[in-house]
Design a protein around this ligand. Structure first.
Ligand SMILES: [Zn+2]
Length: 464
């Protein structure tokens, strides 16, 4: 018997799962007691995976716990298609790990899962235990509503996203690719993942982001070498000075880096009324920035838009020297490099080598290309429709994000991975600042809007 599946969708239960997951400190890297918060996160991802598995099992959905390394738990479950000759699966992807907290900077316990004034507080509230809880609720509703399925629906809540996914998505893709395929070995038709889906108010218009692209990543190391010696008798071959000079040259080069307006970003800027920014970005960068400042009040949104217009090279770590009176023989800096679709990463590294000259060697540590998926795919159509049905004034907006996610791992199997965690937010809610920020929290009203939208997208894509 088929029940009305939408009545099986339980917001309150979803909120309780979110709060319970926040109370499991699944900080990555694990095992380092977070002194400020008084928690030891060893095995946190495993406990969070077990929580999901128990919830699924409670509704008769068998789930597997997979530890790529002991304690680094991921939870994978599958609702099998109910029709003969099904279509390739849908993956509901999420990550269970969270970044560390600086508890003293928080107004509440970061692992308390408090529900206060209509907001759920805690590390992971937006990145991304909210989506774990929503995807759990969708699995439960499909199962309880006995929705006939024309494709498998795979729930995958994984470890280690925040550190690159070796013990999570990347490890699973490499060691257990069948988890993301159907019985005939075909990869999933699509995955739904984090970040996109939230509303963004620009001027008086509300947009809903549909994330169809991610910038590429090249984590890069600069290494300087010099001659050690007593600092009281200095010479000029000082690794600390060379490293500082190289980093300063990299920063100056970044400040001059010209914009590249990719078709997706041009379309996006046009849709939000910022076509002028796309037009000026290359010919008059200062003018483009001025327009951004006038039209976009939120500084984080401005920075995010600016980063969509160029490759970025950002020094983040510097190390040299151990003692004040010893000239260092070496030094290292690390650069966070993010590349637009179409950027030749090897050519950019060669350029950086020419920028630092003899002061430092430049080597990539991790290199992952940008990903771009079709914005006219069937599932994107369902997103547009479900958003319009739920908020007729909202405007769906295909976009690229500047950070990377586990989408890059699933891309290796050819699975299009769309960022779509729908949330309707008030215009002044500082959403983007809360990713990895203090006082991370999510309004219940945002989930109340988003959960049925997510469910509708899934239902339209999978119902037989
Ligand atoms: Zn995340």
């Amino acid at each position: 018997m088929t029940r009305d599946p939408s009545t099986s969708l339980d917001l309150e239960e979803c909120i309780e799962h979110l709060r319970a997951l926040i109370r499991i400190p699944s900080v990555n890297p694990p095992g380092v007691p977070d002194a400020a918060a008084g928690r030891d996160s060893t095995g946190g991802e495993l406990r969070a995976a077990q929580y999901c598995a128990d919830v699924l099992a409670g509704s008769g959905i068998p789930a597997e716990i997979i530890e790529i390394e002991p304690g680094r738990g991921s939870c994978v479950a599958r609702l099998s298609a109910t029709v003969p000759d099904p279509d390739p699966p849908l993956v509901l992807l999420s990550h269970l790990d969270v970044v560390p907290v600086d508890a003293e900077s928080w107004s509440r316990d970061p692992f308390g899962g408090d529900l206060v004034d209509g907001e759920v507080w805690g590390r992971g509230a937006v990145d991304m235990k909210d989506m774990v809880a929503m995807e759990l609720a969708v699995m439960l509703a499909l199962s309880r509503g006995r929705v006939p399925l024309r494709r498998d629906v795979i729930f995958a809540a994984v470890a280690d996203e925040e550190a690159g996914g070796e013990f999570g998505a990347r490890g699973l893709v490499e060691q257990r690719p069948a988890l993301f395929r159907d019985a005939r070995g075909r990869p999933a038709a699509a995955a739904l993942n984090e970040v996109g889906g939230y509303s963004m108010t620009i001027g008086s218009r509300r947009f809903y982001t549909i994330q169809v692209a991610e910038k590429g990543i090249v984590w890069t190391r600069l290494s300087a070498s010099g001659a050690p010696g007593h600092a009281s008798m200095p010479h000029t071959d000082n690794a600390a000075v060379k490293l500082a000079r190289a980093v300063a040259a990299i920063a100056a080069d970044q400040a001059r880096r010209s914009a590249v307006v990719t078709p997706l970003v041009a379309e996006m800027l046009g849709a939000i009324g910022l076509a002028e920014v796309a037009e000026l970005a290359v010919s008059d960068p200062a003018g483009a920035r001025l327009v951004l400042e006038e039209r976009v009040s939120d500084p984080v949104t401005r920075r995010s838009l600016d980063a969509m217009l160029r490759d970025t090279v950002t020094p983040t770590i510097l190390r040299s020297g151990k003692k004040v009176n010893v000239m260092p023989g070496g030094g290292e800096a690390e650069l966070d490099v993010r590349t637009l679709p179409g950027t030749d990463q090897a050519a950019l590294l060669d350029h950086l080598r020419s920028v630092v000259g003899d002061d430092a060697a430049v080597e990539p540590v991790v290199a992952l290309p940008a990903v771009v998926w079709p914005s006219d795919a069937e599932i994107v159509g369902h997103m547009r429709e479900a958003l319009r049905d739920a908020d007729p004034d909202g405007i769906p907006l295909p976009m690229m994000i500047t950070p990377g996610t586990d989408a890059k791992a699933l891309a290796q199997l050819g699975i299009p991975c769309y960022g779509f965690a729908p949330l309707r937010l008030e215009p002044d809610f500082p959403f983007l600042e809360l990713f990895h920020g203090h006082d991370e929290r999510v309004p219940v009203s945002a989930l109340e809007f988003g959960l049925p939208v997510l469910f509708e997208v899934v239902r339209r894509f999978v119902a037989g």
